[in-house]
Ligand binder design. Structure first.
Ligand code: NDP
Length: 491
């Protein structure tokens, strides 16, 4: 793209959009010793942030004109605002005010297709554009997020020292930030990250539900999850789950400290009073849509997304209570070790489906994504960080993009499968919905099945639509009249 002659000096930096994420990111950058110009559409937020934290190196501006005037070129303007039309409006306003050599970073959760379109809109202006996925929530943004930037290479090079300084560090010290390619590659990788997140969260929720339905009290559940988190299943999402299982409700219980070390059995978990309608901001849906578009069977990610939608259909769920007498409110015989195996398998499947989709997306959109590097920048800072990401990066590097074909991953799935299958079968037998565990198992079983019943689907298609079929014993496409040749088989 149109790379201007850039200064080798560091850019002056602004963060616009000072809700939870933007404020935390601005403070993170200021913590590296840089001055950060801060701005928000509603100036009260700017004033509050500067009042509270200005001494850390934040300089406020009430409007965009003042913000840009305060900054020396080249300018790096990081937008951390609601995605969708607000970003288009903001880019329009910045485009009128910035100079060639300045850079806009959209650090929100934009749809990668919008990012590609916006990059095109800035072509020829000399203003650089990066679409950057940011993961880690507010705490990550404040202390070290995983950063997934893409766009104009020169723009990344201008931003790189800042981004590398504020990113999380993996245990080997590598910053969790890497240039991922052109256009929407960064937002694409963040989208798939979130799809994996949906599946992992769904699997954890199912596992905890199985513990609960198996009669464990809240302390036992918390202790089991803490135990899981201490081993191969170690992850941020399990860590916060264990925390959630230790929090009692203080609304009508006489509890002073809301986090207790034990003895919650006779008190209400706050979790038990949280409505079970799961919401979403759309990145799981986008991942599932993209998977359908590219013909990638990211079934577990899609199922986890659908399950959130199903959970929100409260009235329909109530009127669909059919009085099935086979439902067992207290299923017995579900071993927590088996459940842990199911959880591990689901995490591996979610990652495998995510990387399959990244590989397909990279090819379809022409990005040449470095998949092992993607796994590496997810090792710290982000929501799906887990101890598995190290071996996953290794497997991607050694065995290629399709994790299910990696001997190391395959071996781990094989080891987990007996417990995973027992857990899933027991749950289904007892009427406990486990959409993530069961869809992941179906995906695994289907991939491992020599001959799938899809041959019949091809035959049916040829009967009613002359869609033709391929044969197992010779090349070419065939159409048959499908006239019964076995007597007595046709009415
Ligand atoms: P929100 O997504 O709630 O967005 C609120 C911010 O957007 C406010 O600063 C608001 O300004 C600004 N805004 C809204 N509409 C406009 C507009 N038309 N023009 C200018 N500014 C506008 O805030 P978050 O901090 O949660 O998230 C910011 C971005 O980061 C989003 O894209 C989100 O998807 C993404 N993200 C969020 C994560 C999280 O954990 N929350 C994690 C990773 C990414 P005002 O104060 O004037 O209303």
């Amino acid at each position: 793209m149109d790379a201007p002659t850039t200064s080798t000096d560091e850019p002056s930096i602004a963060v616009t959009g000072l809700a939870a994420m933007g404020a935390a990111l601005a403070r993170n950058i200021a913590g590296t010793g840089r001055t950060v110009h801060v701005h928000n559409r509603t100036p009260e937020r700017t004033r509050t942030l500067v009042d509270e934290h200005g001494a850390e190196g934040l300089v406020g501006a009430d409007d965009l004109d003042a913000l840009i005037a305060d900054m020396e070129p080249p300018r790096l303007v990081i937008a951390m605002i609601a995605s969708g039309p607000p970003i288009d409006d903001l880019i329009g306003q910045l485009r009128e005010r910035l100079d060639p050599g300045d850079v806009i970073v959209d650090a929100g959760n934009s749809d990668f297709r919008d990012t590609e379109r916006r990059a095109g809109r800035l072509t020829g202006t000399g203003i650089g554009f990066l679409g950057m996925g940011v993961s880690g929530g507010e705490e990550g943004a404040r202390l070290g997020p995983s950063l997934m930037p893409a766009g104009d290479r020169w723009a990344f090079e201008l931003a790189e020292p800042v981004l590398v300084d504020i990113a999380a560090r993996a245990t080997d010290g590598t910053p969790c930030c890497a240039y991922l390619g052109t256009g929407g590659a960064g937002h694409y990788v963040k989208m798939v990250h979130n799809g994996i997140e949906y599946a992992d969260m769904g699997a954890i929720a199912e596992a905890v539900e199985l513990l609960r339905r198996g009669g464990r009290d809240t302390d036992e559940m918390a202790a089991i999850v803490e135990g899981w988190n201490g081993g191969e299943l170690g992850s941020f999402l399990l860590e916060i789950t264990a925390r959630i299982l230790r929090v009692v409700d203080d609304v009508d219980d006489d509890v002073v400290d809301d986090v207790v070390d034990g003895g919650t059995a006779d008190r209400h978990l706050l979790l038990d009073r949280v409505a079970d309608r799961a919401s979403q901001k759309g990145t799981g849906r986008l991942t599932a849509q993209e998977a359908l578009e590219l013909g990638e069977p990211a079934t577990t990610i899609a199922e986890a997304t659908f399950h959130r939608s199903l959970s929100a259909l409260v009235d329909r769920r109530r009127s669909a209570a059919l009085g099935d007498t086979t439902i067992d409110a207290r299923p017995s015989g579900i071993d927590p070790d088996d459940t842990a195996a199911a959880l591990l398998a689901c995490r591996l499947v979610a990652l495998a489906q995510g990387f399959d989709l990244l590989a397909a997306g990279s090819e379809a959109h022409g990005w040449e994504l470095d998949l092992p590097r993607v796994a590496e920048i997810w090792r710290a800072g982000c929501i799906i960080r887990s101890v598995l990401l190290d071996p996953i990066a290794e497997a991607l590097r050694t065995d290629g993009p399709h994790l299910v074909t990696s001997p190391a991953v395959g071996r781990r799935l094989d080891e987990a499968t007996p417990g995973w299958r027992r857990t899933t079968v027991a749950a289904i037998g007892a009427g406990v919905p486990v959409p993530v565990m069961s869809s992941a198992l179906a995906w695994r079983d289907a991939l491992a099945t020599d001959r799938l019943p899809t041959a019949l689907i091809q035959a049916q298609r040829d009967v009613f639509g002359a869609h033709t079929y391929e044969r197992t014993d010779r090349d070419g496409t065939f159409h048959s009249s499908w006239t019964p040749t076995r007597p007595g088989t046709h009415p």
